[in-house]
Structure formats: structure tokens, C-alpha cells
Design a protein around this ligand. Structure first.
Ligand code: BGC
Length: 361
């Protein structure tokens, strides 16, 4: 997927050193006179808390700091609404459009339309396959999956599990990130299935990352496996929490490690309670800042060299891929220290003692 080999250090540099302006100019003289106005379409507010609690907040922070106009809207998992919002933003004069697609087909239609109207485009967090975005800003999503696979393996070892049955709750089949996450955790777990160290249990993708549906799916998985599931690779905290709710019903929570992603308040609380093994923290503030910097540059008719590309078919998409981090009980405090969630949000009365035990002061 990624072209060329970039070291973590190089990716780190990108995040701190910012983006360098590329000498050649796009020839788009008109763009250089435009006052930046950035449109952002978020996907929904249920598949993960992050979109409203982190992305909106940090995008606003970045746009305000740069003193640019912006319009951030949420399509609430409605593809028709997504297109309507895009049309309104284009008519309303945005100079750059940043989207988190609901699927590649509808994402592509929006990107192509924007492009035809001279609006700069960025794929934010999710790559639109076959799309036309000028930049892609995300995390190294295969590494996200790898951290989940390694995390589950670590927690299974700590529990002394012998030939554990591992179930998969994958993300949405229409989200390219879900494919990358799975490639990452498969790279860790498949060799263990092949060597019979682990046993592959039920596997399902959760449409649109629907957390409620995930609970139903996991309940069916547990029934199908006659109650014998020893570890759950859940692709994000919402899916993980759905599995935990069913494990609780069966008095299995805390015994069966469950993974996650997004370092949501709920996910962090589940980790503190011992019901969730780990989560993957993605510093959305950096993602929002990188995307904002690119959108502003595009509006000014500048081209930035991101130093990295991602392959989409034959196309090399200039990309910024940030580095994710695994979080366990002893590092929940790092997410709080980074300002992603507050101590007050995580350490409510029911979690106060657990917070103190985990060194959150
Ligand atoms: C994002 C995850 C998120 C999921 C569900 C993915 O594309 O990368 O952070 O949990 O979508 O919204």
C-alpha cells in the first residue's frame, strides 16, 4: 500500500516539523487570490465518539489558530445527506473540502464534483478508493491493526490462555481503514492460527461500525462458539464495548481480553475496570492540524510536499500518515496528559479508585 519505506522517525518529523512548501506551483493563479474557507464533512456521531468529541474540536482549534473560515458538518451516516452537504458547501464557496467518506463510491462522487468546480480536496482519515483527493491525511492504519493484534496476544499471555479461541469484530466493510486494520492484526494473529497456537473463532464485519448491531453480532458469535471465546479482536472501542456488554451478561467480562481503538472515554474506563485489554490512541490534534495546514496551502494555490505517498490503484496519493500508540492500563494517563480526554471525564466517581491505582492524579 505505502510506496517506499519511511521510518517512524521520518513520520514523526512530519508531525512536528510541519510540511514544507514545494517550489513548483500548480499554475492555479486564481487560487492564490482566494481567501481560504474550509468545508469538512464528518461521517457520523455513533460509530465512534471521536468525530464529534475530538475531530470537530481539534479541527476548529486548528482553523481558529490559522484564522480561516470553516464549516464543519456531520452527515450522520446518511449518504444522501453527505452529498447534499457537499453541494451546499461548494455553492457556499469553500476553497477546500475535507471528507471522511461513508463509502468510496459516494466519496468519489463528492470529490469529483468538488474538483470539477475548482475546489481543493482532502481525504481525511479514510482514503477514498478510486477517488481524486489531492491529499490523504490519516494514521498508519496497518500499524493500528498490528498494535491491536500484539495487544490481544500480550493480554492472552498474561491470562495464561492455552490455545485460545479468538473472535474478530471487524470494522465496516465499506471503510478502507477497516481493511488496513485487519491486515495489521492478521499479520500478528494469522501465523498463530496457522501454527495452532491460537484457534480462529467466529469473524464478522460490522456494517457502518454500528455499535448496537455489534452487540447482536457478538452474542451470535458467542452462541455459535458454545460460549468458548477467549479473546476478542474488536476494531474500535465502540465494537469492543458492545462485546464487553455481552460478556458482562455472561459473567465473562474481565476474563476475556477485548481490544479497541480511539482511546474513547468509555474505552479508557473499560481498560481501567479490567474489561478491555487495550486501545489504540491516535493523536487527532495532529491529524487535524496536518489536514488544516494542507487545506490552507491549497487555498493559497501552494503545493506541499508531504514526503510520502499511498497507492490507490495506479495513483500515488500524497499523504501524511501519523503514528498510533497502544494504550494499556498503566498508560491511560498519557492520553489524559496529551489533552485528548480530561481526567474529569474518565475519572468519574465509579472510576476514582481505579484512576488513582493507575497513577492518574
Ligand atoms: C477510523 C476509526 C473509527 C472508525 C469508526 C475509522 O475509519 O479510523 O478511528 O473508530 O472509523 O468511526
Amino acid at each position: 500500500m505505502r510506496k517506499g519505506i519511511l521510518t517512524i522517525a521520518a513520520v514523526g518529523l512530519l508531525t512536528t516539523g510541519g510540511l514544507t512548501a514545494c517550489g513548483d506551483d500548480s499554475g492555479d493563479k486564481a487560487a492564490s487570490t482566494k481567501t481560504p474557507k474550509i468545508g469538512v464533512i464528518l461521517p457520523d456521531s455513533k460509530s465512534s465518539a471521536r468525530w464529534e468529541t475530538a475531530d470537530r474540536r481539534f479541527l476548529e482549534e486548528a482553523f481558529k489558530a490559522a484564522n480561516v473560515k470553516y464549516d464543519i458538518q456531520n452527515a450522520q451516516n446518511d449518504k444522501t445527506a453527505f452529498q447534499t452537504i457537499a453541494d451546499q458547501m461548494i455553492t457556499g464557496g469553500v476553497t477546500a473540502l475535507m471528507i471522511v467518506n461513508l463509502d468510496s463510491g459516494t466519496g468519489k462522487a463528492v470529490l469529483d464534483k468538488a474538483k470539477s468546480q475548482g475546489v481543493a480536496t482532502i481525504d481525511y482519515d479514510r482514503l477514498t478508493l478510486g477517488g481524486s483527493a489531492q491529499y490523504y491525511v490519516s494514521f498508519d492504519n496497518e500499524t493500528v491493526g498490528k498494535l491491536q493484534g500484539e495487544g490481544l496476544s500480550k493480554c492472552l499471555t498474561e491470562k495464561g490462555a492455552k490455545n485460545p479461541v479468538v473472535a474478530y469484530l471487524n470494522g465496516s466493510p465499506t471503510d478502507n481503514n477497516a481493511t488496513l486494520f485487519k491486515a495489521g492484526y492478521d499479520s500478528v494473529l494469522k501465523p498463530k492460527f496457522d501454527s495452532k497456537e491460537y484457534v480462529k473463532g467466529p469473524e464478522d464485519a460490522v456494517p457502518a461500525w454500528d455499535n448496537a448491531q455489534a452487540a447482536t453480532i457478538f452474542e451470535q458469535q458467542l452462541t455459535k462458539a458454545n460460549g468458548k471465546i477467549d479473546g476478542v479482536l474488536a476494531a474500535n472501542d465502540g465494537l469492543g464495548n458492545a462485546a464487553i456488554s455481552i460478556l458482562k451478561k455472561n459473567k465473562l467480562n474481565g476474563k476475556v481480553p477485548v481490544t479497541g481503538q480511539d482511546a474513547s472515554t468509555e474505552g479508557l474506563q473499560n481498560i481501567l475496570a479490567g474489561d478491555q485489554c487495550m486501545t489504540v490512541y491516535k493523536a487527532v490534534r495532529e491529524e487535524a492540524k496536518a489536514a488544516s495546514d494542507l487545506a490552507i496551502a491549497l487555498a493559497k494555490g501552494e503545493k506541499k510536499d508531504t514526503g510520502q505517498t499511498v497507492k490507490d490503484g495506479d495513483r500515488d496519493v500524497p499523504s501524511v500518515l501519523l503514528t498510533p500508540k497502544a494504550i494499556y492500563k498503566d498508560t491511560v494517563k498519557d492520553v489524559i496528559a496529551d489533552g485528548y480526554v480530561t481526567k474529569e471525564e474518565v475519572c468519574t466517581a465509579a472510576y476514582a479508585k481505579l484512576c488513582a491505582d493507575a497513577g492518574i492524579s
